[in-house]
Design a protein around this ligand. Structure first.
Ligand SMILES: O=P(O)(O)OC[C@H]1O[C@H](O)[C@H](O)[C@@H](O)[C@@H]1O
Length: 465
């Protein structure tokens, strides 16, 4: 992993015992205090018992995924990928990091990929306006198969597709194995059906067919993504405690949370990492934000993730990071070697605001701005760490994704919570099912309707115009 990315946590620690940082003495005591817990985290990884290691077993699915991707590439100009949360965010992160922001506008001979991850009548209708549905393949990704937003999208496009004479057997459904509606539909349509390992939760599923199929369709070798993840895995289980990045960073983040750093900002210094930032937000939030501990105590665990984009957000939220509440720890993600750089030629030499650029590259400027921002935050007493990615390659991204998955699982151990469930999102779903008239929720419907009426009554409406 060290060849793919490296990490600097030096500015989470203070030798002067500065408030808001980890003291050197505390840091030196981590092994004694948390070493045992870290071994308990490493053991299931080593034995391939941790759910995140299920991704490593997905190597066997890659040949089939490549064949399917090839077929779809040959037949179709566009792909509409329907999914939400973990069924969309990872694929978006992969495509953006490896293809850049203009993939759909560039000429490369591969299908354009539209990932529709919201319930929005305007979005779904507009998408129909930009693709020829008869030249478009549908991928419906839903681990549970019961997510109402994605199901509604699928019903809409399935009908449009059928009306247009689309080949139903070319539809792709990606879901859990199981005896449920989505599996029944796939079998009824005789379409492609790819299964996600049952115990691999959706937000950890990017390194499975969920991320691999969109990657392959657009020309990314998913075996290289997985090779990067495998390298990260090996490093996490082999590296001794004192140099182990997951141990040091995870423990620092937990201890800083105990000191009131309740917000974890990931400040990504490349437009290619914007979607990765959103993937991180779901992973961190749903895995660590828990009311109950493993033994049933009310703990309200977790820290709030926030994704920022450098250099853009230096001009919006940075002011707050530096001078607002001291409740944040910031992680910078930078890319060491860019495949493209731009040297600025001389222009307006008489003007001091413009003349100093001559001969500098934009990559150099971005790196300077990142360091300047980080230094200024550390100087203001804000703890920061930095991940430096070797380059823009599938191996690096695979390692980065697996690194954060493992970091979340280790941090959850410190919080003593389950990182693989999300009980907090269920209630809203149940109310939706009941109010939308789902049959198996009919008994609960009157109660929910009454509760909704009461809730609305409690509102205090003010006039704005
Ligand atoms: O993949 P699906 O089953 O459709 O789930 C999509 C999303 O639904 C829920 O909101 C869960 O909290 C998320 O973790 C999940 O990623």
């Amino acid at each position: 992993m060290h060849e793919l990315m490296n990490i600097d946590i030096g500015h989470l620690i203070s030798d002067q015992d500065q408030a808001g940082f980890i003291s050197r003495a505390d840091f030196n005591n981590f092994a004694a205090k948390y070493g045992q817990g870290f071994e308990e985290f490493q053991a299931p990884l080593r034995d391939k018992k941790s759910p995140i290691t299920l991704s490593l077993g997905e190597a066997s699915a890659i040949t089939g995924i490549k064949e399917l991707a090839q077929k779809l590439r040959e037949k179709y100009d566009n792909i509409l990928l329907l999914g939400i949360g973990g069924s969309a965010l990872g694929a978006k992160a992969v495509l953006q990091f490896l293809h850049g922001p203009f993939y759909n506008l560039e000429k490369h001979g591969n299908p354009r990929m539209f990932i529709l991850d919201n319930l929005d009548p305007v979005l779904v209708t507009k998408a129909l306006g930009v693709v020829d549905i008869t030249r478009t393949a549908l991928i419906y990704t839903s681990k549970s198969g019961s997510t109402p937003e994605t199901a509604a999208q699928f019903i809409f496009y399935y009908n449009k597709y059928k009306e247009a004479g689309g080949r139903l057997e070319d539809i792709v459904i990606i879901c859990d194995p199981g005896d449920n509606g989505i599996n029944h539909i796939a079998r009824q349509l005789g379409c492609h059906l790819l299964h996600i390992p049952r115990d691999l939760p959706g937000r950890y599923s990017v390194l499975s067919s969920v991320g691999f199929l969109p990657a392959e369709i657009t020309g990314i070798d998913s075996a290289r993504l997985l090779a990067g993840a495998a390298a990260a895995h090996q490093s996490i289980i082999d590296t001794p405690l004192e140099q182990n990045a997951i141990f040091a960073l995870g423990t620092c983040l937990y201890e800083l949370a105990m000191k009131g750093k309740s917000i974890h900002v990931l400040f990504n210094y490349s437009s290619l990492l914007f979607e990765f930032g959103l993937w991180f937000v779901q992973l961190w939030a749903e895995s660590l934000g828990k009311k109950l501990s493993l033994d049933g105590q009310v703990v309200h665990a977790g820290t709030t993730p926030l994704a920022s984009l450098g250099a853009t957000d230096q001009h919006s939220i940075l002011q707050l990071f530096k001078e607002g509440p001291a409740d944040k720890v910031l992680g910078f993600v930078t890319i060491n070697s860019l495949p493209i750089d731009v040297t600025l030629p001389e222009a307006f030499p008489a003007e001091k605001e413009y003349s100093y650029f001559t001969g500098h590259t934009m990559g150099e400027q971005l790196a300077i701005e990142q360091m300047a921002t980080e230094m200024s935050l550390v100087g203001a007493g804000r703890p920061c760490y930095r991940l430096t990615l070797r380059d823009i390659s599938p191996e690096v991204l695979g390692a980065l994704l697996y690194f954060y998955e493992a970091l979340v699982v280790y941090t959850a151990k410190l919080w003593h919570i389950n990182p693989f469930d999300q009980p907090g999102v269920e209630e809203g779903k149940n109310i939706t099912y009941a109010l939308m008239g789902r049959q198996d929720y009919s008994q609960r419907r009157p109660d929910y309707e009454q509760a909704v009426a009461q809730f609305k009554q409690q509102g205090v409406r003010l006039k704005l115009s």
